[in-house]
Write a protein that binds this ligand. Structure first.
Ligand code: ARG
Length: 265
């Protein structure tokens, strides 16, 4: 009898330990029933075609170029994937507090950000543009002297705008808010990446964009908490995507004429 009670206690405490370990889950993700770990990606889903909410299907699902890349990489590595949608300005703090395992948000790997997070290799290049009303003739940085200029809070475009002589910079949380401010005439121009500007201009015939000469940092990379082991796991898959043609396929899907993002903005 005593023997059985001992065995039962041992069995129960073993079960409890398993429970406790699964619940604490030091890896930061959730364990699914299959035993695969789930990684949490944080993004700012206001950036078609990189990431945006698929309103056309009514599903509210976050889709886009970055999402397809994230799905591909995590699948190859055998992880599950959860996506959290937060303001762009909150993405680096989310990594620092380990609320996310990685960030994909068309994020540029700047020297300043590298002090707080680690980056993968660059997977896509972009240029900055001025978006304005078609008839406004605001086409160069010099034209923005004395003008209200909308930018996304915490973006490199905020930094670019602040260097333009005489520009009154208005940082906003979401790209859609910026477009609304411009259409309503509360700002005169926006600074935005070409790939994103293209979509908004195609859907808003009253707007136009002009490319700014390339100064400083550009392009997108995946961000991780400092010291994350995921960087060395993600980079080889990014390289494989580039050499196998998978990346080109996704670029054509999301940045080409038939892009599912063409109705997003
Ligand atoms: N590439 C720019 C940056 O890193 C803008 C990225 C904005 N991304 C977004 N999902 N809203 O600052």
């Amino acid at each position: 009898m005593k023997h059985i009670r001992f065995l039962l206690t041992a069995f129960l405490s073993a079960l409890l330990t398993i429970f406790a370990v699964t619940a604490c889950n030091p890896g930061g993700g959730n364990n699914t029933s299959s035993g695969a770990q789930t990684l949490t990606m944080a993004t700012s889903a206001d950036y078609p075609p990189y990431e945006f909410v698929d309103s056309s299907s009514g599903s509210q699902e976050i889709i886009g170029f970055d999402v397809d890349i994230a799905k591909y990489i995590t699948e190859q590595l055998g992880y599950g994937l959860t996506i959290n949608n937060i303001d762009f300005n909150g993405l680096i703090p989310a990594l620092q507090s380990k609320r996310a395992d990685f960030v994909m948000a068309g994020m540029t790997p700047t020297e300043e950000r590298k002090q707080n997070v680690d980056f993968s290799d660059i997977y896509f290049e972009a240029k900055n543009t001025i978006v304005s009303k078609k008839d406004s003739n605001l086409t160069t940085a010099a034209d923005l002297n004395g003008k209200q200029v909308g930018v996304q809070l915490g973006s490199i475009q905020e930094g670019v705008a602040k260097k333009i002589q005489g520009a009154n910079v208005k940082p906003l949380n979401r790209i859609s808010e910026m477009v609304q401010e411009l259409k309503a005439g509360r700002v005169d121009a926006l600074i935005m990446e070409d790939t994103v500007a293209k979509g908004f201009v195609a859907n808003n015939p009253d707007l136009a964009f002009n490319t700014l000469p390339n100064e400083g940092e550009a392009g997108s990379a995946i961000a991780f908490p400092k010291g994350s082991e995921l960087v060395d796991k993600f980079n080889p898959i990014l390289a494989e995507m580039k050499s196998s043609g998978k990346m080109e396929e996704l670029v054509n899907k999301w940045f080409g004429e038939e892009s599912p993002a063409s109705k997003a903005s």
